[in-house]
Design a protein around this ligand. Structure first.
Ligand code: NAD
Length: 472
């Protein structure tokens, strides 16, 4: 049995002081595969202190020094990609087919940031003033369980490029992935205290980061509910806060779309990461006149999906991450039925042949109206709703009728037509006829999906504070 009982503080793996132990369960087998000792508030304080000591030097480091550190991180993450992949499968159930993206991204994000930095100027002349873009200071990077490696690395790349020392608080539910990533970060040999990692509960470690006066900035990714708690807690010390939050994204299939292409793409976008993706397109809007064709294509697409062992290279959907996730998803499937939606694929319980593991049947509801709970709430599992619309205006109205606005997808036979609709959608990102995002373009949400933007130059600038100097 693997035991994880350290935090990473001031360049060393040190025993955590927290007393709580958490079982790590393999979601495919329900067996306990490791035990993790969680950090507590005092561990968080030690990590903040280490970052505080490191801040002056990293804040004064040259652009070239930061580029070199980013390059070392890129190589270090690439060197440990097999370990990160193994942890992500074992602890999280991510299908082997998705793992390539997860591990590549964790390394490449440092390389992309190094390239951005090469052309970036930290000073600007504006009128009579010289504006210097200075590091905001010690930054807390808080990550959810559903994309640990990517979230940690992307936030760290931006913070380091800006010259900020960081305290990373990954979800308490991903200690194996965190350990693999942290060992890789350690391998890059950054100055002590520039990166610190404490895995613990939100209520103590997270709260300490949100309230400690020595933390200047919080970059949070997680649920809208937690984001609100953090924003409130952080205001007293006036931290700079960015929030990447929940979503309930629409996939609009326009009436000129080639359904044989659009329906499988829309389903893949919805089932992304076993359905546990903030950006999943979980409301599929289809022209009423083509509903019957869509339903038929849904059937054949679902038949081609392979739910099962995440280690099997043919698996497209693995188990969801935990018993809590499994139960939540089952509750929403039952709720959809109670409120009058019609199941056209999947349904309650495990898929046939599975007695153990948190496997969920990929489920599609038709006859969904946008006011049902399954259309309004983020379910965070492979459960999608098909909503029929009469004309394009109504499609846009339904897509925008959501508390959230993280992502949207449009499928059309004509790129320009798709883009015209995209222009009218309230979302941080809209993908037209593709599921491939641009990972150096800004990422974030409107409405309850968040505040602020990450990735690329926008991510870098979210860790900088402009200072104006005018000299006579
Ligand atoms: P969560 O909000 O429960 O937890 C996220 C992180 O916040 C964890 O590290 C948790 O320990 C910490 N936390 C909890 N309470 C805290 C507090 N009081 N103070 C400080 N930190 C606290 O989210 P989750 O269940 O881990 O992740 C799933 C959610 O994250 C979904 O809603 C999903 O949409 C969202 N998400 C958003 C994005 C995005 O980029 N927009 C990406 C991935 C996940």
């Amino acid at each position: 049995m693997r035991i994880i009982s350290t935090a990473y503080i001031a360049g060393r793996f040190v025993p955590v002081q927290g007393r709580e132990w958490l079982d790590v369960v393999d979601p495919a087998t329900e067996s306990v595969i490791a035990k993790a000792r969680l950090a507590d508030r005092e561990d968080a304080q030690r990590a903040i202190e280490a970052a505080r000591r490191a801040q002056p030097d990293i804040g004064r480091s040259s652009k070239q020094q930061r580029i070199e550190m980013l390059r070392r991180l890129e190589a270090a993450l690439a060197a440990r990609s097999a370990d990160i992949a193994e942890a992500t499968i074992a602890e999280y159930g991510a299908p082997a087919a998705r793992i390539g993206f997860v591990t590549q991204y964790a390394s490449q994000v440092f390389g992309s940031m190094a390239r951005i930095l090469e052309d970036y100027s930290f000073t600007r002349e504006i009128g009579d003033a010289c504006v210097r873009l200075e590091p905001v200071g010690v930054s807390a990077l808080i990550a959810p369980w559903n994309s640990v490696a990517g979230t940690i690395c992307s936030k760290l790349a931006s913070a380091l490029a800006a010259g900020c020392a960081s305290v990373i608080k990954p979800s308490e539910f991903s200690p194996l992935q965190t350990q693999a990533v942290t060992e890789a970060l350690h391998g890059a040999g950054l100055p002590d205290g520039v990166v610190n990692v404490v895995t613990g509960r939100g209520a103590d470690v997270g709260d300490e980061l949100a309230t400690n006066p020595h933390v200047a900035r919080i970059s949070f990714t997680g649920s809208t509910a937690t984001g609100k708690i953090i924003a409130r807690a952080a205001v007293d010390s006036m931290k700079r806060v960015s929030l990447s939050l929940s979503g309930k994204s629409a996939s609009i299939i326009l009436d000129d779309a080639d359904l044989a292409i659009a329906v499988p793409l829309a389903l893949n976008g919805g089932f992304n990461n076993n359905g546990q993706a903030c950006i999943a397109g979980t409301r599929i809007l289809v022209p009423r006149s083509r509903l019957a064709e869509v339903v038929q294509l849904v059937g054949s697409t679902i038949a081609g999906l392979h739910v099962g062992d995440p280690r099997d290279p043919f698996t497209t959907i693995g188990p969801v991450a935990s018993q809590a996730q499994y139960d939540r998803i089952q509750r929403y499937i039952a709720r959809g039925l109670e409120q009058g939606a019609r199941i056209i694929a999947g349904g309650e319980g495990r898929p046939e042949g599975f007695q153990r593991g948190y496997f969920v049947r990929p489920t599609i509801f038709a006859d969904v109206s946008n006011d049902m709970d399954i259309a309004r709430d983020e379910i965070f599992g492979p459960v999608l709703s098909i909503i029929a619309y009469d004309d394009e205006e109504e499609a846009i109205e339904i897509a925008n009728d959501s508390a959230y606005g993280l992502y949207a997808y449009v499928f059309s036979g004509h790129r320009e037509h798709g883009l015209k609709v995209a222009d009218r959608l309230q979302a941080g990102t809209v993908l037209v006829n593709t599921l491939r995002p641009e990972l150096i373009a800004p990422f974030g949400g409107v409405k309850q999906s968040g505040i602020g933007r990450e990735f690329g130059v926008f991510g870098l600038e979210s860790f900088l504070e402009p200072k104006t100097e005018v000299a006579a």
